[in-house]
Structure formats: structure tokens, C-alpha cells
Design a binder for this molecule. Structure first.
Ligand code: 13P
Length: 395
């Protein structure tokens, strides 16, 4: 029998404190001795607990989802190159300004994930981006991982870097106004996935989630299962179940509070090169089956990534998942499926900014309706039906 005594030393952070006393049974007699053994037990409450739950609930509010604009400078450069712009800090700022100052965005968008550069940037008129977001009731978020690197000993797979110094970086991000974080790691089906790669992905996500919660940031847990491959949907389901069971195992081991996290899964689809496409109804059926089997209802929200699907596909699939009530808020955290039309409308021309902001608002509204299960693709443009899939996509 064990009894636990917790002492709260400092309200601002969870600390390793407390003792457990054990009755040890000696031999076969009924002799019991009480030994006091010092055990490190993590305090379950920190001063951030209530705030984390509140932040997660705001982000997971009905009819709203996340705008992901946290592309690394290299990936943002590819977006800009697609419309003939150079990858300069100024161009990145102007593009992000267009997105983050869209009037009325907060009706459909509850959170925006930024790259570190953007979190500290302001508009060309000197208003901090975090203040632009707050004025629209949008929660500022920050990508905290440091990208992917080859994983030695695996089948040519990768792991995600960024745990070193994460606690101090997160504290700074909180001071700057961020209230949630994102860590994206990937799992590749054609490359295996190996047990090593899955374990590494799950462990890294769990360590990051614990550190984020300690710093007052709601962690988005994102093990992206890449669309690459020619496998059927059943194979994706199998891998997704493996990955999420391991992720939740390590989240629990790291004492992560489930009410204060958000998930960013890939939808369960066939591989991008599989011979047949699946319908939104099939994707919804497989994806929800996987989530119901693996995700506790305590989790506040499931915010899907788009993964290279077209804007319309990503919205139709989300809509199909919201045709009946779910235990969690089921919504979006799209990058490509919210930015594609915007970029093509803007083309880097100042006189197109208003039209591009309208295009963003239209996509955000479509996904808001899909979150509520009320979207129809009637009248969608051909452009919005074009996918942005890239093999081995990095962020
Ligand atoms: P996509 O919606 O483009 O897949 O974005 C992935 C991502 O992780 C954004 O945060």
C-alpha cells in the first residue's frame, strides 16, 4: 500500500517533490515494517493548470480552428517563390501581415501558429502581430521544434530536434504573448515505420508537451503521418493506431494533462500514390475509428493538418467528420489548405491585398462551416480543388 504526500513549493511551476511511504512485507509472516522512501512525484497542479484548460477551450471553440503560418524561413521562401517573390525578411513580414490583419478573421479562426520571426514582428505601421491577433480574439501560437534530422539506425527515417533549451525559449515565448505551441514530427509509411522511429517521435512529443505545459503553453501534439506512398487506407489506419497509442503512453508517463493539450493528426487516407482515391465519408469513417480507439475524451480538440490535400478536399473531409457529435472538438489547423488561394490571388501585388484577404476569409469560413458539419462544395473554384502534395514534405 502506498500513500502520497505532495507539498507545493512554488505555484508557478510543477516541481518534483513529495514522498511515498511503503509497507514492505517481510518473508511469509505478517510482519510489516514502514519504510519511508523518497520518490520524485510531479505535482499535478501548477499555477498554469486553469489557464491551459481555458486556452485549449478557446482554441477549440465551436466553428473555429487554427491558421498555421509557421513555415520555417526556407519553406516560406518556397511559398513566396511560387508567386515570384524573393525570400527576404521584408517579404515574409508583408505576407504574414496580409494574413494576420484580415478583418473579421477571428470569427472563424481561434489560433494562429507563427514562426519565431513572426512572433516578434510588427506590421509595417508598427503594431505587434500578437496585438493584431488579440484584437480579433485569436490566440497567438508558436512553432517550437527545430526541424527534422536523419535518425541514425532507422530505415532512412527522421527525428525532430528542439528539446535543448526548450524550457527557457518557451518562457520567452510566453512573455511575448504566445499561449500555445506546436511541435511537428513525421512518420513515413514507405520507410517503415520502424519501431525506433515511432518511439523517438512519441517520446519527443511527450517531453515537449510536458515542458510546454510547465511554461503555460498549450502543446499541439503533431506526429504527422506523411501522405507519401502507394498503400491502401487500411495500412494508414494500422500505422496511425500504432503511433497514437505510443504517443499517449509517453504523454501519460510524462504526466501531461490531457485537458490542456490539442492534437494535430493527419487524416487517415490511402497513400497519395494509391490507385484509388477515398471518399470523404470513407476517410471520416477510418479517421474517427482510429481516434475513438486511441484518444481519451479529456483531450480538448483535434485540429487536423491538411497534408497536401486540396483546399476543397481538406474541407469536405472535415465536414464529413462532423456529421454526428464527437467526444472532442474536431476542427482544422491548416497551412496549405488555407493559403493556396490566398497566394494565387495576392501574387505579391499591393493592390491585390484586399482580394487575397477575402480569399482567406472565404477558406476560413468554409472550414468553420465544416467544423459545424454544414459545408457544401457548391461553387468552389477549380483552383481550390487543386492539391499541394509534395513528396517528403518538410516544414
Ligand atoms: P499543412 O496543413 O500544410 O499540412 O500544414 C502542416 C503543419 O504542420 C502546419 O502547422
Amino acid at each position: 500500500m502506498a500513500s502520497t504526500g505532495l507539498v507545493k513549493l512554488n505555484g508557478a511551476s510543477s516541481q518534483w517533490l513529495g514522498q511515498q511511504s511503503f509497507n514492505s512485507h517481510v518473508g511469509s509472516s505478517t510482519l510489516f515494517t514502514t519504510r519511508r522512501v523518497s520518490m520524485p512525484i510531479r505535482a499535478t497542479s501548477s499555477s498554469y493548470t486553469d489557464e491551459l484548460v481555458k486556452t485549449a477551450k478557446i482554441i477549440a471553440s465551436p466553428g473555429r480552428g487554427i491558421l498555421a503560418i509557421d513555415e520555417s524561413n526556407a519553406t516560406c521562401g518556397k511559398r513566396l517563390a511560387s508567386i515570384g517573390l524573393d525570400n527576404t525578411e521584408e517579404n515574409r513580414q508583408i505576407y504574414r501581415q496580409l494574413l494576420l490583419t484580415t478583418p473579421g478573421l477571428g470569427e472563424y479562426i481561434s489560433g494562429a501558429i507563427m514562426f519565431e520571426e513572426t512572433l516578434y514582428q510588427s506590421t509595417t505601421d508598427g503594431k505587434k502581430f500578437v496585438d493584431c491577433l488579440r484584437d480579433e480574439n485569436i490566440v497567438p501560437g508558436i512553432k517550437v521544434d527545430k526541424g527534422l534530422s536523419p535518425l541514425p539506425g532507422s530505415y532512412n527515417e527522421s527525428w525532430c530536434q528542439g528539446l535543448d533549451g526548450l524550457a527557457s525559449r518557451s518562457a520567452e515565448y510566453y512573455k511575448q504573448g504566445a499561449r500555445f505551441a506546436k511541435w511537428r514530427t513525421v512518420v513515413s509509411i514507405p520507410c517503415g515505420p520502424s519501431a525506433l522511429a515511432v518511439k523517438e517521435a512519441a517520446w519527443g512529443l511527450a517531453r515537449y508537451a510536458a515542458i510546454s505545459q510547465d511554461s503555460g503553453l498549450v502543446p499541439i501534439v503533431e506526429p504527422e503521418i506523411l501522405l507519401d506512398g502507394d498503400h491502401p487506407i487500411e495500412r494508414t489506419l494500422d500505422v496511425a493506431e500504432r503511433v497514437w497509442s505510443e504517443v499517449f503512453y509517453y504523454l501519460a508517463q510524462n504526466n501531461v494533462m490531457f485537458e490542456g493539450i490539442l492534437l494535430k493528426p493527419s487524416m487517415v487516407t490511402p497513400g497519395a500514390e494509391y490507385k484509388e482515391k477515398a471518399s470523404p465519408e470513407t476517410i471520416a469513417k477510418f479517421t474517427l475509428q482510429m481516434l475513438r480507439r486511441r484518444v481519451p475524451p479529456a483531450v480538448a480538440g483535434i485540429m487536423f493538418l491538411s497534408g497536401g490535400q486540396s483546399e476543397v478536399e481538406a474541407t469536405l473531409n472535415l465536414n464529413a467528420m462532423n456529421q454526428s457529435p464527437n467526444p472532442w472538438h474536431v476542427s482544422f489547423s491548416y497551412a496549405r489548405a488555407l493559403q493556396n488561394s490566398v497566394l494565387k490571388t495576392w501574387k505579391g501585388r499591393p493592390w491585390n491585398v484586399e482580394a487575397a484577404q477575402k480569399a482567406l476569409l472565404a477558406r476560413a469560413k468554409a472550414n468553420s462551416l465544416a467544423q459545424l458539419g454544414r459545408y457544401s462544395d457548391e461553387g468552389e473554384s477549380d483552383e481550390a480543388q487543386t492539391g499541394m502534395f509534395v513528396k517528403g514534405y518538410t516544414y
